[in-house]
Each structure stands twice: as structure tokens, then as C-alpha cells.
Design a protein around this ligand. Structure first.
Ligand code: ATP
Ligand code: MG
Length: 332
């Protein structure tokens, strides 16, 4: 059976980008057709300036929202990265096949390091090595497919390179995974800055729709989205990024396609109104289920406990094999 692995970082409140780019497919498709693991990758949240209590709170919230979005623990495994030691064990070994040049070339490293410096902070070493830990997350499970948004493509490519390199040097150990992306909304853009990705760790603002935003807040944010001075509704991501973003969001929420939908609208106002309502409707059941799950924290904890146990059992043999292959003496 196909093995699927993907993760989400507790670096901020989850956004519409996380939902349309990743989470929604996990629940609607991946958990039904594959042996799928979904991970709250909390160690990755420590790569930038963080508040310990907030990371803990956001980890719990992310787990609750994953279940609220439809992940069913009877069908898939939901767990927290730091509960399974195999990730960091494997990460070290992969650091021994990765190069510092490879790490410095990662676009996300460059962007996030620049942002940390702008905020007057220093850049944590873990931000540089983060893609290796992500490779370990994926490779530990013999993953075939990694369903992610567009922004993670480069990291999955690196993961493939490391797997191939390790296998060539030390003998076949890892499955070489591939990224899968959604057909629409693979990169939801910030509503106020449609040339930048909507990211949960960006400074909060009217350009980001959070999964737990009240319907009226969602409507306001979408009605105020930056478009451009044109009048006609056309789908042209290069020249009209704000408009294209709204069409992508609407298409993702209603099942249409962005250029087809562009022909339906004669004004920006009508497009925004329909997009706002479509997003509100998509978020409604997730928010309802989230409220129910918040009333039952014991259930979420139980899911995470069982998930970690299953994940550990799956990862251990692969990580042990990697240790042996690279030359470490097995513990007796
Ligand atoms: P951060 O700002 O901390 O990097 P993020 O919003 O980018 O947070 P991640 O935890 O890095 O979220 O990514 C979780 C998943 O959501 C990944 O599969 C990623 O590709 C996807 N994703 C994140 N942002 C978007 C977006 N704007 N559009 C589509 N998919 C996205
Ligand atoms: Mg990200």
C-alpha cells in the first residue's frame, strides 16, 4: 500500500493556505487511499524565535484542527514529532550525507533567515539544518508520497537527493519519495500582498485567513483583498496576482477551475462576495467539529498517544537499518 507522510508546524494559527494546500486533501483523499501519517512537526517550530507555552498550545490546537478537518484515527496515524525519537536519530545520520552548501541554497532558509535578521534576532543553526530533519521525518517511514503545498517542493527534492545519495553510498535503505501537489490553490497568496505566500508565521494581518476566523472576519478580509485597477475579471497570475488568488481560492472551495470561473464574473465585487461565502462554507464544518473536540481534550490526547506508538514501531526498523548501513555498531 502506498505510504503517505506529511506534516504541519505549530508556528502560528493554521491558515486557509494550510487547509487548501495540504490538510483538505489529507482528509478527503490521502487517508482513504493510502497508509497515511500526519505529523505535528513541533521540533521545526523551534527553529525560529519562539515562546514555549505558545508552541505547546499551538501543537494541541493543530492536532485538534487536523481531526476537525476530517482526519480519522481509524484510517490514518496522527502524532507529534517530538514524541518519536526516531526523527532526530535519523536526522543526525542524514546530516552526514548532506552538505552545508545544499542547506544554504534552500529558498525558505534564505527568506526566514532574512526575516529573523530584520527583526533584530539571530539565526538559529536549526533553521539551516531544518530540511534535513524534514527529510528524516519523511524517510523514516518509507514514504512514497508527500502531499504538500508548492512551497515545500524544494525540500522534498532535497529529501530525494539525500535518499538516493545514502542508498548509493551505503546500500539500499530508503524509499525515494515524491511530492504531490493539489491541482488548484497549491500556493494561496496573502490577500494584502498577493505576490507573497499566505504563511501562518507571518505577522498577523488582514491578508491572512485563519481557519478559526469568525465568518464575519473572513468576509471582511476577503472583501478587502488587494486586486488591481483593471475592471475585467481574467485569470492571469503573472499580471493580475490578486485576482488570480481569489479565483484560485473560489475554485478550490467550489470545485471549479480558475480560468473557467473568471468568465462567470463581470465585477470584482461579485467575485469577492462569492469567494467570501465559499470560504465561510468550507470552514463552517471544520469550526463546528473543532468546538466539539475542544470539549473533549482527552480524546485528542488519546489519538496522539496511539499515533506516536504506531509511528515509533514503523520508524524504528528503518532508522536502525540506516545506523547499521552507515557504519555504527549495533547496540546489544
Ligand atoms: P510557516 O510560515 O511557519 O512556514 P506555513 O503556513 O508555511 O507556516 P507549514 O507548517 O510550513 O505552514 O506547512 C504546512 C503545509 O501547508 C505544507 O504542506 C505547506 O506546503 C502548506 N502550505 C503552507 N502555506 C501554504 C499556502 N499559502 N498555500 C498552499 N499551501 C500552503
Ligand atoms: Mg512553511
Amino acid at each position: 500500500m502506498t505510504r503517505v507522510f506529511s506534516g504541519i508546524k505549530p508556528t502560528g494559527h493554521l491558515t486557509l493556505g494550510n487547509y487548501l494546500g495540504a490538510m483538505r486533501r489529507w482528509a478527503a483523499v490521502d487517508q482513504h487511499r493510502a497508509d497515511a501519517l500526519f505529523c505535528i512537526v513541533d521540533l521545526h517550530a523551534l527553529t525560529v524565535d519562539h515562546d514555549p507555552a505558545r508552541v505547546r498550545r499551538l501543537s494541541r490546537q493543530a492536532a485538534t484542527l487536523l481531526l476537525a478537518s476530517g482526519l480519522d484515527p481509524e484510517l490514518c496515524t496522527v502524532f507529534v514529532q517530538s514524541h518519536v525519537d526516531e526523527h532526530t536519530r535519523l536526522s543526525y545520520v542524514l546530516e552526514c550525507v548532506a552538505t552545508d552548501g545544499e542547506m544554504r541554497r534552500m529558498i525558505q532558509y534564505k527568506e526566514k533567515a532574512a526575516r529573523e535578521r530584520e527583526r533584530g534576532g539571530s539565526v538559529r543553526l536549526s533553521l539551516l539544518t531544518y530540511p534535513v530533519l524534514m527529510a528524516a521525518d519523511i524517510l523514516a517511514y518509507g514514504t512514497d508520497e508527500v502531499p504538500v503545498g508548492d512551497d515545500q517542493t524544494q525540500h522534498v527534492e532535497l529529501t530525494r537527493d539525500l535518499a538516493v545519495r545514502f542508498n548509493q553510498r551505503y546500500g539500499h535503505t530508503f524509499v525515494v519519495p515524491r511530492a504531490t501537489r493539489p491541482q488548484v490553490a497549491a500556493r494561496v497568496m496573502n490577500l494584502q500582498e498577493p505576490t507573497s505566500k499566505m504563511g501562518k508565521s507571518d505577522d498577523a494581518g488582514p491578508g491572512i485567513v485563519y481557519l478559526l476566523d469568525e465568518p464575519d472576519v473572513v468576509r471582511k478580509k476577503i472583501m478587502r483583498a488587494v486586486t488591481d485597477s483593471g475592471r475585467d475579471v481574467v485569470y492571469d497570475p503573472e499580471a493580475r496576482p490578486g485576482l488570480a488568488n481569489l479565483l484560485e481560492i473560489l475554485a478550490a472551495c467550489t470545485g471549479g477551475n480558475p480560468s473557467g470561473l473568471s468568465g462567470v464574473y463581470e465585477s470584482y465585487g461579485a467575485l469577492k462576495r462569492d469567494t467570501a461565502e465559499a470560504v465561510v462554507e468550507v470552514l463552517r464544518p471544520v469550526q463546528e467539529r473543532h468546538r466539539e473536540l475542544c470539549a473533549d481534550p482527552g480524546y485528542v490526547e488519546g489519538v496522539l498517544r496511539d499515533g506516536a506508538e504506531r509511528a515509533r514501531a514503523l520508524a524504528r526498523p528503518t532508522v536502525d537499518a540506516a545506523y547499521r548501513a552507515i557504519g555504527l555498531l549495533p547496540a546489544v
